[in-house]
Design a protein around this ligand. Structure first.
Ligand code: ADP
Ligand code: MG
Length: 345
């Protein structure tokens, strides 16, 4: 009986937009949770986890945060932003790589994904804790900030490993991609230590690494976008992969019927308003899944679906009307668990 109970134990890790559920034998070392990258990070190493590996993982997350955070004044990103319009800044190979990757997503999406959104992210106080409910930015402020978000003015010098923002007032913001890249970096540590399977959850950026102890696929649940305490609404079956959701329901406020949230439209400077409430991407690269969840969200339903189908990307969109759209390559691997949600073919 106890064994049966164990088999069906639902281990739910549920942060931000994804919940994950699986059945497994208990880990000899329990999962570890710490705050890093401005979010709650939970790592669960199964079978071969040791304190030393956990320490290495969280040390790496700290190192990444110290380089990439916009709010830490000594970070490389903060240095680049301070030097905007003035001089190029030499950065680490890690930071250079991530900025280069961000630019390629910006080009692919004609700036729907835009790493130069810093001035708007600050204006809307996205990383802050106090929503601007009582004092929305003025339209003039939005258009002024918008003028400083041209990603083609981010100049990279590969040989010198420098980054230069050509105009004063420009600012990088890698909030749409950094957690995913960090998750990929942790996979390198897991491989080095021959960890066979693990779950990495960086504030909702999940990496279900390896195959579950018994060789079966992982079952990952997508959280109910309308009620974070409700059970998962869609099940995705996948072998080793990252699953990342961008949702607008965790941090938002509604004023005069408009929902203000943290994914910004790089054409208008305001929150994206396209009827989507969440986008989930499944990909072996967590950096790709993270960037694409933001990118496809910003593209909207129609363009987002065509983009995913053209590039054979695995993704699911949920609309404010409870409609679910899956890309062609993912449709057969998902199951709707909550009948309020309708899969549209
Ligand atoms: P989270 O996992 O924190 O919910 P997302 O991956 O959904 O984040 O990306 C949203 C974050 O990306 C914002 O908090 C902001 O830092 C940044 N961002 C907002 N709009 C855009 C955009 N159009 N392109 C790129 N990054 C954006
Ligand atoms: Mg993202």
């Amino acid at each position: 009986m106890e064994k049966e109970m164990q088999k069906f134990t639902l281990a739910i890790i549920s942060f931000l937009c994804i919940s994950f559920f699986m059945s497994c034998t208990p880990s000899p070392i329990p999962q570890k949770t710490q705050t890093a990258l401005n979010t709650v990070c939970t790592i669960q190493l199964f079978e071969y986890g040791t304190e030393k590996i956990y320490t290495k993982i969280f040390d790496r997350l700290d190192e990444i945060e110290k380089r990439l955070s916009v709010t830490i004044s000594s970070s490389e990103i903060a240095h680049i932003n301070k030097a905007a319009g003035d001089f190029p800044v030499k950065v680490s190979a890690d930071t250079f790589f991530l900025i280069e990757a961000s630019l390629s997503f910006a080009e692919q999406s004609r700036s729907a994904f835009n790493p130069a959104m810093g001035p708007l992210v600050s204006l809307w106080n996205i990383t802050g804790f106090n929503p601007l409910e009582d004092s929305l930015p003025l339209p003039e402020q939005v258009s002024k900030a918008l003028q400083k978000t041209d990603y083609s003015k981010i100049i990279l010098n590969k040989d010198a490993e420098t980054v230069f923002l050509q105009e004063e007032g420009m600012a990088l913001d890698l909030g749409g991609i950094a957690k995913g890249w960090a998750a990929d970096e942790l996979m390198i540590i897991l491989e080095e230590h021959k960890i066979p399977y693990a779950i990495v959850n960086l504030g909702g950026n999940i990496y279900a690494y390896g195959s579950k102890g018994n060789g079966e696929a992982w079952n990952i649940g997508i959280k109910n976008p309308f009620d974070s305490n409700a059970p998962p609404v869609i099940k995705i079956e996948t072998y080793s992969a990252s699953i990342v959701t961008s949702g607008v329901y965790e941090r938002f406020f509604i004023k005069d019927g408009v929902m203000y949230h943290h994914i910004l439209d790089s054409a208008t400077g305001y929150s994206v308003q396209n009827g989507l409430v969440s986008v989930t991407i499944v990909d072996p690269s967590s950096m790709t899944a993270d960037a694409l969840s933001t990118l496809v969200f910003a593209l909207g339903r129609e363009k987002g679906l065509s983009y995913m189908n053209e590039k054979k990307i695995k993704g699911i969109l949920i609309t404010k009307d409870y409609e679910v759209y899956a890309s062609d390559v993912l449709r057969d691997s998902i199951e709707i668990l909550d009948s309020a949600f309708i899969l549209i073919n």
